[in-house]
Write a protein that binds this ligand. Sequence first.
Ligand code: IMP
Ligand code: MG
Length: 182
Amino acid sequence: MRPETGEILVSAEQISEKVREMGARITEDYRGERPLLVGILRGAVVVLADLMRHIELQCEIDFMEVSSYGTGTSSSGVVRILKDLEEDLTGRHVLIVEDIIDTGITLSYLRRSLLTRKPASLEFFTLLSKPSRRRVELDVKYVGFEVPDEFVVGYGIDYAGYFRNLKDIYALKPESIGNSDS
Ligand code: IMP
Ligand code: MG
């Protein structure tokens, strides 16, 4: 328990076990292929780094940074690419790696946008999902944990840029929101 962040929602041990299990599943599912793992900056950096070490295949990584217009805790539906991929997706088996899916708007935009680049396949991995917040239909093949509608931080996930370095995932206390530097 950390006073500034609230209760642990998913512990480092639970994350580590889940990431190992998902890495094994991905290894089986992509057997014989050389997948391209695409981390969505910046939140997915931590989970991508752990996940890739449990994928026992030749694989490559690349990164994209996207931003949805709108205020702090909710997206507006308009997504813009801040940093694009270095790799050509044509004919590649692409696995997008996200930290958390909330409304689903960011990934549904990305799916549409990346499919135009003609990958051989395009799937999604997310460590956390908040199903009760979903506003668009989205088929996510690999989901680590479903979490309630609370604002979470830690293990790559931030509030106003902070808390990404925490080893566990916490539900941020409502009174901390808007007071992140306390
Ligand atoms: P979506 O387009 O609504 O699915 O937004 C997904 C993005 O919103 C994630 O990649 C996060 O950057 C951010 N986000 C959603 N929920 C949370 C949260 O609980 N904590 C921190 N960031 C969040
Ligand atoms: Mg994100």
